[in-house]
Design a protein around this ligand. Sequence first.
Ligand code: CO
Length: 289
Amino acid sequence: MNMEKEQAQAYEKAFLIAGDAVGFAERLVKENARILDIADTIEKRVIELGGKPAWPVNISVNEIAAHATPSINDDNALEEGDMVKIDIGVHVNGYICDRAFTICIGKKSHPMIEASEKALENALKMFKHGTKVSEVSEVIENTVNDAGFKVIRNLTGHRLERHEQHAHPSIPNIKNSMQDEIESGNVYAVEVFVTDGSGFVVDSSPSRIFQYRKDSPVRLWEARKVLEMAVNDFEKLPFTQRWITGVSPLKMDMALRQLIEVGAIAEYPPLKEESNALVAVAEKSVIVK
Ligand SMILES: [Co+2]
């Protein structure tokens, strides 16, 4: 199956902007940099280049593997030795490019980062029509194990769909017996998480990433306002408190809680390595021609 021209052009633009944003972000991640400034600056850059953030920039440090993003008045800054994972999503017209990289502050590299990048590189070489997903997974796990580390068992790569960041099939990082095959015309994100811990993530808190699920009546007008923005401004893709305008910070948490209770939005809590071990990630998206 071949992509339509309009879709192909949107993807091309999203991929170019994401590539630029990654290079830009790499220069921002350094000792004493405030994570709020890093996230705001990257998101602004994506918009200036004609894209939209497909989700809030994730800045996950050390044992946090993913789904952390700065709060509205976040004061946290990066420190020497921090293992910093930046995950950037860019969309053009709903067509998404998903990228992530890791920097260890004050070090040129780190064996864990090198293992994630090597596994990603080996996996990307296999993205041809007809390759089994299970073959890709096996290459990822073997590469990481050969480097002396473990993959995170319950985090996966995935297919990308219009306005859908995690479409079927997933691309596990562990050996499996999935029958799905890589298909031309599809877009996939390969996302390799590496650790020296137990290789499993659990929910942590507080959640700062949310996503529209369904329309539901809610009492607070602030909650209705958030839901309206989730649909109209964020196009049913993930969002965060930092992006919500016109709602007082005092009412924000109450509004979000109401929406979660009625199932109007879902929350994505930060994911923490179960044994509090360091985690590195390397992720790229690929269009299969
Ligand atoms: Co991803």
